[in-house]
Structures are given as structure tokens and as C-alpha cells.
Design a protein around this ligand. Structure first.
Ligand code: 5GP
Length: 193
């Protein structure tokens, strides 16, 4: 029997507030043959977030220990907090032929692309800058200082759109999710791979 081909790695990135979390929430409710990675972060949980499901919530010392032990596939600071992808679980799923999806910010996405160039990079774009700002403020989960930091970061992230293989504009949540699903299931006619 020939060995099973490795699973494909998909990376979903895009500015904070664009709706990556909402797309991911929709995706989790579908019974798709894709494994969604659970990141580590040093930020505190938001209401309703559970350890091991949305994130592994760890303190700074533990995060640094994991970096030093080589346990992170990528890691970055975002709005004053650390975020990173545990390497082992991603590799195990890919080795078993299971597609894997990461939802991460730009610096981390670039690290993944550098170490795993075969990864398919997907950029979730807002319909406009104004709409992005409106969504970030309307979410009501961040302080004004945190919103300002995220908007500054969003400017940097918007400029990176052209580095990605596929751009999905999130003007409508169900259709943006459907495009990502089609891409993962290999049915997207617009995918450049
Ligand atoms: P939030 O605090 O809103 O959950 O996430 C803030 C940002 O961190 C989002 O842009 C999200 O995509 C990103 N993020 C979440 N997990 C990871 C990760 O493991 N690595 C990196 N580099 N970014 C992440």
C-alpha cells in the first residue's frame, strides 16, 4: 500500500476585526474533514472562551519555555500579547493525511510560509478600511488603547494582501466561509496553488 500523502496546510490570516474568528466559528460547526489548530496565547480568556478549545491560555514564562523547547511552529506578539501555534499537533495531523487550518496574524503567517512553503496562504480582507474600524469598535471586547493598537496593526496587515495565494473578501459571512470551505475541499476554481 502506498503511504498516504501528507495533508495540506492552510493558513488563514488578515487584520484583526475582519471576521477571522466568526469565519472560524462557522467552520467549527460544520463537520469538515479539516483539523483546526488550537493556539497558545498569553492574553486572558474572553467570556465564553475555554482553555484547550479556543486557545491554550498560558503565562509568559510557560510561553517562553515552549519557544525555547522548539515546541512552536511559529509565534508572534500581537497588541502586547504572545500568540503561537503548537508544532506537534499540526505535524501529526499532516502526517496522517489530514488537512490542517491555522488562523494566525501576519508575522506568524510569514514564518509558516518560510518554513513550510507548500502551505496555502489565505487572506481574509475587509470590504473597506472604514468597515474594519467599525467592526473593531463595535465588537466591544477591547479597551480604546487596545483598539488603537489593533488598528495600527491592521494597517500593516492590509498592505500584505498581495503576499497571499488566495484573497477572500468578507462582505458576507456565510459566503466568505463557503469560499474557504470550497478551497479546503479543493473545489475553488479561483485558487492559485
Ligand atoms: P485574538 O486576541 O483576537 O483572539 O487574536 C488576535 C490575533 O492573534 C488575531 O489576528 C489572530 O489571528 C492572531 N492569532 C491567534 N492565534 C495565533 C497564533 O497561534 N499565532 C499567531 N501568529 N497569531 C495568532
Amino acid at each position: 500500500m502506498p503511504a498516504r500523502p501528507p495533508g495540506r496546510l492552510f493558513v488563514l490570516s488578515g487584520p484583526s476585526g475582519v471576521g477571522k474568528g466568526s469565519v472560524m466559528a462557522q467552520l467549527r460547526h460544520r463537520d469538515l474533514p479539516v483539523w483546526v489548530s488550537v493556539s497558545c496565547t498569553t492574553r486572558p480568556p474572553r467570556a465564553g472562551e475555554r482553555h484547550g478549545e479556543h486557545y491554550f491560555f498560558v503565562d509568559d514564562d510557560e510561553f517562553v519555555r515552549r519557544i525555547d523547547a522548539g515546541e512552536m511552529l511559529e509565534h508572534a506578539r500581537f497588541a502586547g500579547r504572545r500568540y503561537g501555534t503548537p508544532r506537534a499537533a499540526v505535524q501529526e495531523h499532516l502526517d496522517r493525511g489530514v488537512p490542517v487550518l491555522l488562523e494566525i496574524e501576519l508575522a506568524g503567517a510569514r514564518q509558516v510560509k518560510a518554513s513550510m512553503p507548500e502551505a496555502h496562504m489565505v487572506f481574509l480582507a475587509p470590504p473597506s478600511r472604514e468597515e474594519l474600524e467599525r467592526r473593531l469598535i463595535g465588537r466591544g471586547t477591547e479597551t480604546p488603547e487596545e483598539i488603537a493598537a489593533r488598528l495600527r496593526q491592521a494597517e500593516v496587515e492590509l498592505a500584505a494582501e498581495r503576499e497571499f495565494d488566495t484573497v477572500i473578501v468578507n462582505d458576507d459571512l456565510p459566503s466568505a466561509t463557503a469560499r474557504l470551505v470550497d478551497l479546503i475541499l479543493g473545489q475553488d476554481p479561483n485558487a492559485r496553488s
